[in-house]
Write a protein that binds this ligand. Structure first.
Ligand SMILES: *Cc1c(COP(=O)(O)O)cnc(C)c1O
Length: 745
């Protein structure tokens, strides 16, 4: 049995109760049982804390992959860190983001089981000593890694995998040498130093922060996991043939290690170290095995600025490209400079047998630009695996009404074979189905409106178009482009107050990294625009702007099913894939988006006529870079854009502090890396088309059906089946067991 090890610094799991019931087919039975007790299952579910051990897409991808690996019957383990504090809770105060610690373990965690019998020491610092039989690592500081296991049930297939998260523990003798007079108390207090390693998730999404504690987290999960993998291998029949020295011959065939981005890339030098220095294997034997075992996907190009240490294949590069010293320098794992740094992406590529992008366009960009030299050197290593989402959480769990009316038409098998949604194309002209789809959407919108009114005391018009952009706040995701549309829409109503406008509720949500000033200003801008727009009597309920506080997995499950329009408007070439886009498509929203990330493949599947595509393509962005992007040209030539920017800079949205948004305006006008103004006109025009179509509920709904029917490709089951066959070399098998509590069976 080949075992798959999925290493990730993040697992953004969200809640577990309903997911467990869905996958074990216990939901109806539990609903009924709690009802008999006078309890409401939905109310109970709301009490559970999100496991927020992730920032955004990358961590949520790892969670979706665990569900799909279990559902496909793979012997897969998720390995990560049990952060005591996950992603911070976001509070909005006076329109500003405040961060509050996420004390998610306060009342305990019923889903985990500590496994002290598998506790493992991890070494830090120290020095190397050479002696007769190799090198010794001495004078180290030891931190214990205590594993906690969480079950990962597959969808109705009698399979339960394990997610193993490591918690840092100081050894009992930690700082014992300080036990002189008065030293005892200090020694106990100092245990925190070691245990801080698993204290808190770094709250950066798509951003490298070169902090020592972060590097220690990365080494901690890598070192503990590799020891666990080797322990398990040795205890298997393949590893234990020689009682004195383990044969590692079968290791590459029995172990596949998948790295989620470059964050766990220390796995590569650490495995080399363990095999050579600890297990005493020949380096000449180890090297080819290394490459056999590693697989590394790669997320955002802007991620590639992480650094560490190593050097090997320079000779091979020289042999293939003799005399090309510049190429050798570019491909080096060691970056020369005043400080020598190690390029973690280069390390991953050299040490892995496969490297993949996470959407077709992203994989092509990697080969053509960031990793061009490596692609020319070893083209066979480069693959694509377009991301996906699990249809269990992102349809059955979050949108039972939609899952039900689909099942009424095509049966339930689509839930673990999402391509079967194509059968819905036969119902595009079916009046009854069109009505049912529109009805479920309306019910979801009403439910979400009630939630907003109850929790946040905001009243919205449930008949308006729900226009939603939820994702981390980032300049490249261009929430500012959305803001410019809001302001333009507002100005148009003010200019012609008696004209008909299709009413919209525009909702934006997402966390800003605490140290990301511009992202925090963007939140303040959104809330400030809301204050003006929402209180203008001329506007009425034709336009409302809502900032959705504390966007997280459990909030995504509420808002996605209620969306009419999904905003996926990053500058072409900047979003590696996106997965939020897929959640909305599967839940019956139409997408307004750029040709970026997986949007390209979503539009291809749905048909471009069923997608609101606008703006520059990657080639246009490149062309504009060659020409030189000049924001002021757009500002000078587009009156509505000028008006919006002038309102921002004159304090129209911040009357008490007129220069509040000067940093934003200055950025947009003079150093906007994401070229917001260049897509402004196309975006506004595209939004006009959205409004026009929305007036015709039937035509709108037909496009919705075509989108749902063609979203099958974006199941993470498909993604994982491709990883299994094309990278890990295993064939997934899905065993289905009958659902015990399904009233139809
Ligand atoms: C899916 C998801 C994301 C990723 O959204 P993108 O739009 O792809 O950036 C981020 N956060 C949460 C809570 C999610 O569920």
């Amino acid at each position: 049995m080949q075992r798959i090890y999925y290493l990730s610094l993040e697992f953004y799991m969200g809640r577990t109760l309903q997911n467990t019931m869905v996958n074990l087919a216990l939901q109806n039975a539990c609903d009924e049982a709690t009802y008999q007790l006078g309890l409401d299952m939905e109310e109970l579910q709301e009490i559970e804390e999100d496991a927020g051990l992730g920032n955004g897409g990358l961590g949520r991808l790892a969670a979706c992959f665990l569900d799909s690996m279990a559902t496909l019957g793979l012997a897969a383990y998720g390995y990560g860190i049990r952060y005591e504090f996950g992603i911070f809770n976001q509070k909005i105060c006076g329109g500003w983001q405040l961060e509050e610690a996420d004390d998610w373990l306060r009342y305990g965690n019923p889903w985990e089981k500590a496994r002290p019998e598998y506790m493992i020491p991890v070494h830090f610092y120290g020095r190397i000593q050479h002696d007769h039989d190799g090198v010794k690592w001495v004078d180290t500081q030891v931190v214990l890694a205590l594993p906690y296991d969480t079950p990962v049930p597959g969808y109705r297939n009698n399979t339960v995998n394990t997610m193993r998260l490591w918690s840092a523990r100081a050894p009992n003798e930690f700082n014992l040498k300080d036990f002189n007079v008065g030293g005892y108390i200090q020694a106990v207090l100092d245990r925190n130093l070691a245990e801080n390693i698993s204290r808190v998730l770094y709250p950066n999404d798509n951003f490298f922060e070169g902090k020592e504690l972060r590097l220690k987290q990365e080494y901690f999960v890598v070192a503990a996991t590799l020891q666990d993998i080797i322990r398990r291998f040795k205890s298997s029949k393949f590893g234990s043939r020689d009682p004195v020295r383990t044969s590692f011959d079968a290791f590459p065939d029995k172990v596949a290690i998948q790295l989620n981005d470059t964050h766990p890339s220390l796995t590569i030098p650490e495995l080399m170290r363990v095999l050579v220095d600890i297990e005493k294997l020949d380096w000449d034997k180890v090297r080819p095995c290394m490459v056999e075992m590693f697989r590394g996907p790669v997320h955002n190009p802007s991620d590639f600025n992480g650094w560490l240490s190593l050097s090997l294949s320079a000779q091979k590069v020289y042999a293939k490209f003799p005399g090309d010293l510049d190429r050798m320098r570019r491909m080096s794992m060691v970056e020369e400079g005043s400080v020598k740094r190690i390029n973690m992406a280069h390390l991953c590529i050299v040490g892995s047998h496969a490297v993949n992008g996470v959407a077709r366009i992203h994989s092509e960009i990697l080969k053509a630009t960031v990793f061009k030299d490596f692609y020319e050197f070893e083209p066979h290593k480069f693959q694509n695996k377009t991301n996906g989402i699990t249809p269990r959480r992102w349809l059955v769990l979050c949108n039972p009404g939609l899952a039900e009316i689909i099942a009424e038409r095509i049966g339930e098998d689509y839930i673990s074979d999402l391509d079967q949604l194509k059968k819905l194309l036969a119902f595009v002209e079916d009046e009854g189905f069109i009505r049912d789809i529109a009805k479920v959407k309306q019910e979801n919108k009403l439910k979400f409106s009630a939630y907003l009114e109850k929790e946040y005391k905001v009243k919205i018009n449930p008949n308006s178009l729900f226009d939603i952009q939820v994702k981390r706040i980032h300049e490249y995701k261009r929430q500012l482009l959305n803001c410019l549309h809001i302001i333009t829409f507002y100005n148009r109503i003010k200019k012609e107050p008696n004209k008909h406008f299709v009413p919209r509720t525009i909702m934006i949500g997402g966390k800003a990294a605490p140290g990301y000033h511009m992202a925090k200003m963007i939140i303040k801008l959104i809330t400030s625009i809301g204050d003006i727009v929402n209180n203008d009597p001329v506007i009425g309920d034709r336009l409302k702007v809502i900032f959705l506080e504390n966007y997280r997995v459990s909030l995504a499950e509420k808002v996605v099913p209620a969306a009419d329009l999904s905003e996926q408007i990053s500058t072409a070439g900047t979003e590696a894939s996106g997965t939020g886009n897929m959640k909305f498509m599967l839940n019956g929203a139409l997408t307004i988006g750029t040709m970026d990330g997986a949007n390209v493949e979503m539009a291809e599947e749905a048909g471009e006529e069923n997608f609101f595509i606008f703006g520059m393509r990657v080639e246009d962005v490149d062309e504009l870079d060659r020409k030189g992007y000049c924001a002021k040209d757009y500002y000078d030539h587009i009156p509505e854009l000028k008006q919006a920017i002038d309102q921002m800079s004159s304090g129209f949205f911040s009357p008490k502090q007129p220069d509040l948004f000067k940093d934003i305006v200055n950025m947009l006008m003079y150093h906007d890396r994401f070229k917001v103004f260049a897509d402004y006109e196309a975006y506004i025009k595209c939004q006009e088309k959205v409004s026009a179509l929305y007036k015709n509920t039937k035509e709108w709904t037909k496009k919705v059906i075509k989108n749902i029917a063609t979203s099958g490709k974006f199941s993470s089951d498909r993604t994982i089946a491709q990883y299994a066959r094309e990278i890990w070399g295993v064939e997934p098998t899905r065993q289905k067991i009958p659902a015990p509590d399904d009233p139809r069976e």
